[in-house]
Design a protein around this ligand. Structure first.
Ligand SMILES: N[C@@H](CCC(=O)N[C@@H](CS)C(=O)NCC(=O)O)C(=O)O
Length: 234
């Protein structure tokens, strides 16, 4: 198989940048290449083959343009999607929105049991992140372990390497966080999240075969630096 072409990514806009011509009919994903929430939507866009339909507009969150809050998204966060003359935010709503309103492979199956499980898992994402983040200051292996065990047993529910069997929005909701946590826990705590969790190991491996995801991955060293500063005050 030929290697996939890497998308040329636009440079981030900062406080000196002019806004794009807003509400001109172009669909725009306001994003940050470092943001795991935005990465959920970015992977979804790539997987559905919407690179030409949804334009990436990266924002420099450390030096944000004033027009972003004033004219685009009063929440002043990424991700946000400009579509059909409106702005929509919140990554979990956005992945569903992009799946429902755009062409490309469907990322939620029709099977009601799988849909219900998808909702449960999407709801659990915040709990998952909260449990792992709070473990950094406690008994990390034990407390983070509970959250990763939850994923391991969820991956056992349906046949196939992904949460719902076949790849879905649920995988794209978790992987940006798991990707970062795996690196950080290994580097700082010498904790291997895949040890004793074969399903989780295979899930990560399988996702790393999906170009739509691989193209969105950041530099692991940046993650370690950022997390050390943010969570450990280093
Ligand atoms: N609940 C939001 C969270 C988005 C979020 O917190 N994004 C961060 C970047 S990773 C952000 O924009 N932070 C800027 C700020 O809070 O001022 C979602 O799921 O989309």
């Amino acid at each position: 198989m030929a290697a996939a072409v890497k998308e040329v990514l636009p440079a981030s806009l900062d406080s000196t940048s002019q806004p794009p011509p807003l509400f001109d009919g172009t669909t725009r994903l306001y994003t940050s290449y470092q943001c795991p929430f935005a990465q959920r939507v970015w992977i979804t866009r790539n997987y559905k083959g919407l690179q030409d339909k949804i334009k990436l507009v990266p924002i420099d969150l450390g030096n944000r343009p004033a027009w972003y809050k004033e004219k685009v998204y009063p929440e002043n966060k990424v991700p946000a999607l400009e579509h059909d003359n409106k702005i929509i935010g919140e990554s979990l709503d956005l992945v569903k929105y992009v799946d429902a309103h755009f062409e490309g492979p469907k990322l939620l199956p029709d099977d009601p049991a799988k849909r219900e499980f998808a909702e449960d898992l999407l709801t659990y994402t915040n709990t998952f992140n909260g449990k792992v983040y709070s473990s950094f200051k406690g008994d990390t292996a034990k407390e983070a372990g509970v959250a990763f065990d939850y994923l391991e047993s969820a991956l056992d529910k349906f046949e196939g390497p992904f949460f719902l069997g076949q790849v879905s929005l649920v995988d794209f909701a978790y992987i940006p966080f798991v990707e970062r946590l795996q690196v950080f826990l290994k580097e700082v705590y010498k904790y291997d999240i895949t040890s004793g969790r074969p399903k989780l190991a295979t899930w990560i491996e399988e996702l790393n075969k999906i170009d739509a995801y691989v193209q969105t991955k950041g530099d692991p060293e940046d993650v370690v630096k950022l997390y050390k500063k943010r969570f450990l005050g280093e």
